[in-house]
Design a protein around this ligand. Structure first.
Ligand code: IDP
Length: 135
């Protein structure tokens, strides 16, 4: 398996709940290394650009409002199979359907406030890492 990098965001709901450390600890216990990390208040423009692929979806305005409602923690995770591994640790988009022991099952309330973001493919990871951290 290849060593990959993926972009993770701890979303405003999880930051507000004081579980940054618990979430980061799950990444570390799964052998993902935090190779970059930044706490950031996203602007409307930051959030709209990041989620541009969803701009025609009915939930886009709510998603942008939520992502700018408080600080987030943006990280680059590195490790074997990091993209799929992070998605596995996160659980499904809707926390009510997420498997036991996943981050979303344990820390998220709803499909809008679902604790974490993780790149879903190698091409998204590349674009998303560059979006926040440059080359
Ligand atoms: P993902 O975060 O699990 O990759 P995506 O389909 O890429 O899910 O959607 C991005 C984000 O948009 C989700 O994490 C969630 O916060 C929000 N979202 C997705 N689908 C819905 C929906 O049907 N209603 C409200 N928010 C949604």
């Amino acid at each position: 398996m290849a060593v990959e990098r993926t972009l993770s965001i701890i979303k405003p709901d999880a930051v507000a709940k004081n579980v940054i450390g618990e979430i980061v600890s799950r990444f570390e216990k799964a052998d993902l290394k935090i190779v970059a990390m930044q706490m950031k208040q996203l602007s409307k423009q930051d959030a709209e650009g990041f989620y541009a692929e969803h701009k025609e979806r009915p939930f886009f305005a709510d998603l942008v409002a939520f992502m700018t409602s408080g600080p987030v923690v943006v990280q680059v995770l590195e490790g074997e199979n990091a993209i799929a591994l992070n998605r596995e640790l996160m659980g499904t988009t809707n926390p009510k359907e997420a498997a036991e022991g996943t981050i979303r099952r344990d820390f998220a309330e709803s499909i809008d406030a679902n604790a974490v973001h993780g790149s879903d493919s190698a091409s998204s990871a590349e674009r998303e890492i560059a979006y926040f951290f440059g080359a």
